[in-house]
Design a protein around this ligand. Structure first.
Ligand SMILES: Nc1ncnc2c1ncn2[C@@H]1O[C@H](COP(=O)(O)OP(=O)(O)OP(=O)(O)O)[C@@H](O)[C@H]1O
Ligand SMILES: [Mg+2]
Length: 279
């Protein structure tokens, strides 16, 4: 019976994701730090929600909690009718099949071809024959405009193409939801626009739901149906793209006018630099 409390009936209008009063406190040498102080918002099926905010505002932490990579300190995260907070690893793995994740670093395996990289989750989670997997991989690569890269190594394609290949891998099992952490990190405006177009395609052509952490205001304008703006661990604004663009709040205006971008971009460039060092 205990399981029933984790499930609830689903109708099409029910949100596919419900974040309810989520808090996160990290222990540090200087004492506990409360990074998320009670975050609440919904994501409806087939919409793109952008998570915005200044550097260090808790965006990546929230995303990690939503994919079950780290536990919330308190609160609930409902995904497709089940609360994943406090869930056992075995159940979490079942839920993880419902979504794909595109991390900031992309993280393709450099010793494998692009095709082999995209095949990985299909090989791990299904018992498809190799010929079937090859067809599935080619369809996914076609979907992200990378058919010709099947036999190439990640080092033989551009940064934007690597990001698209990582996206092909994230959607290899046709997830209902795709989570992205700074999908255009390190990309030029043209490659950024191409990723945004793919994010929109996944929504309109495949009916997928997108949750995108970004600080690129141009991307927000192109892809967001709704936005959740974090500020010092709280939700500063949760609403439509128009609500964001028309807000009078000076902190929101600062972000819309691109003044927060520079700061976030700098910290993001620094963290990708650190990640590169660790590879
Ligand atoms: N494992 C951890 N232990 C302690 N503190 C952490 C940990 N992870 C994150 N933090 C802290 O939580 C805060 C929020 O970090 P987070 O990475 O979620 O921010 P962000 O909004 O994604 O920032 P950015 O735009 O720079 O990526 C930061 O102050 C960070 O130092
Ligand atoms: Mg982050």
């Amino acid at each position: 019976m205990a399981d029933d409390s984790r499930k609830r009936s689903q109708s099409n209008s029910a949100p596919i994701i419900s974040v309810k009063n989520v808090t996160k406190t990290f222990p540090t040498p200087h004492g506990p730090v409360e990074v998320l102080k009670g975050i609440t918002f919904d994501v409806k099926r087939g919409e793109t929600v952008c998570v915005l905010g200044g550097s260090g505002g808790g965006k990546s932490t929230l995303l990690k909690i939503m994919i079950g990579a780290i536990p919330a300190t308190s609160g609930e995260v409902w995904i497709d009718g089940e609360n994943i907070v406090g869930m056992k690893e075995r159940d979490l793995n079942r839920i993880r099949r419902k979504f794909g994740v595109l991390f900031q670093s992309g993280a393709l395996l450099n010793s494998m071809t692009v095709g082999e990289n995209v095949a990985l989750p299909i090989e791990m989670h299904t018992k498809q024959a190799p010929e079937t997997i090859e067809i599935m991989v080619k369809v996914k690569l076609e979907q992200v405009g990378l058919r010709a890269a099947f036999d190439l190594l990640p080092s033989e394609i551009s940064g934007g193409m690597q990001k698209r290949a990582a996206l092909a891998r994230a959607i290899a099992l046709d997830p209902k939801i795709v989570f992205y952490d700074e999908p255009s990190a390190g990309l030029d405006p043209i490659a950024t626009a191409a990723i945004d177009e793919l994010i929109n395609d996944l929504k309109t052509k495949m009916g997928m739901t997108n949750v995108v952490v970004t600080h690129v205001m141009e991307s927000v304008r192109r892809i967001a149906d709704k936005v959740v703006m974090l500020d010092k661990g709280n939700v500063l604004l949760y609403g439509t793209l128009d609500d964001l663009l028309n807000s009078d709040d000076p902190r929101v205006r600062k972000f819309v006018n691109g003044e927060v971008d520079a700061l976030a971009a700098e910290s993001e460039a620094y963290s990708s630099f650190l990640q590169d060092l660790m590879v």
